[in-house]
Design a protein around this ligand. Structure first.
Ligand SMILES: [Zn+2]
Length: 259
């Protein structure tokens, strides 16, 4: 389980009070999409804690392993410093990135986010933090309606919008032509992945129309960049993915490429 001190690196006291302190029975609505039950607090602490443990494990290359996948929920990339939103309570990937900078002294940590939605929370947390670069493709016209290519932070944000129905060919071209070269130029010492699988064609929440093999392809490309700059270190954390069959198949394909 993550400790509150780990969460305070990226979250305000008011958010941590809201998510971690109030006792309640039944269900609590934090926003129209985001509901808590009494067990959510412990799930959120375990989700964030998994990322911390994974970063420590790959930094130490425990048992010779340099990659990890955290099969966690709730997801995290919409949670900002101050607000739980979009099913997200704690920003798991941001907690992991801040830990990598502060505890392991890294100066270049990349977060790659291929969830079909833009990780507005992750972007907002790191937009003025040059040690962290954020690379996201997401479907245009979808929640949370942020992430245009003009949002550059301090030159450490890389956003690309894909129209509905793009499919794998367009998705791969955007990564191959724009995003992967920028990631390679950043020379990350650690690669973190917000791995959402809701861009899959079976997903009920979006229409990007990717297939399982598209996620495997991108994972291979990311692994190659991690080998080049980061001694192979990749920590991937589950974000969205709302068709269980697609979620299963894509997770397996993704992990197979990380082995
Ligand atoms: Zn999503």
């Amino acid at each position: 389980m993550a400790k509150l001190g780990d969460l305070r690196r990226v979250h305000s006291a008011s958010l941590l009070d809201e998510v971690m302190e109030y006792d309640f029975d039944g269900y609590r609505m934090l926003d129209p999409d985001t509901v808590m039950c009494p067990a959510s607090r412990s799930a959120a602490l375990r989700a964030a804690g998994a990322g911390l443990a994974a970063v420590d494990a790959v930094m130490l290359a425990e048992a010779g392993r340099t990659t990890a996948f955290c099969a966690v929920r709730p997801p995290g990339h919409h949670a900002t410093a101050d607000s739980a939103m979009g099913f997200c309570l704690i920003n798991n990937i941001a907690v992991a990135a801040a830990h990598a900078c502060d505890r392991h002294g890294l100066e270049r940590v990349a977060i790659v986010d291929f969830d079909v939605h833009h990780g507005n929370g992750t972007q907002a947390i790191f937009q003025n933090e040059p040690r962290v670069a954020y690379f996201s493709t997401h479907e245009s016209g979808l929640y949370p309606y942020t992430g245009t290519p003009h949002e550059r932070g301090r030159g450490n944000l890389f956003n690309a919008l894909l129209p509905p129905g793009s499919g794998g060919f367009r998705f791969r071209n955007v990564w191959a032509d724009l995003m992967l070269p920028a990631l390679d130029d950043f020379r990350p010492q650690l690669l973190l992945v917000s791995a959402g699988f809701d861009a899959h064609m079976r997903d009920p929440l979006a229409d990007l129309m990717l297939e399982t093999e598209d996620f495997a392809w991108l994972t291979r490309e990311l692994r190659a960049i991690a080998r080049r700059h980061a001694a192979g270190r990749v920590v991937s954390m589950l974000e969205g993915g709302y068709d269980l069959e697609a979620l299963r198949d894509c997770s397996v394909a993704h992990v197979a490429e990380l082995r």
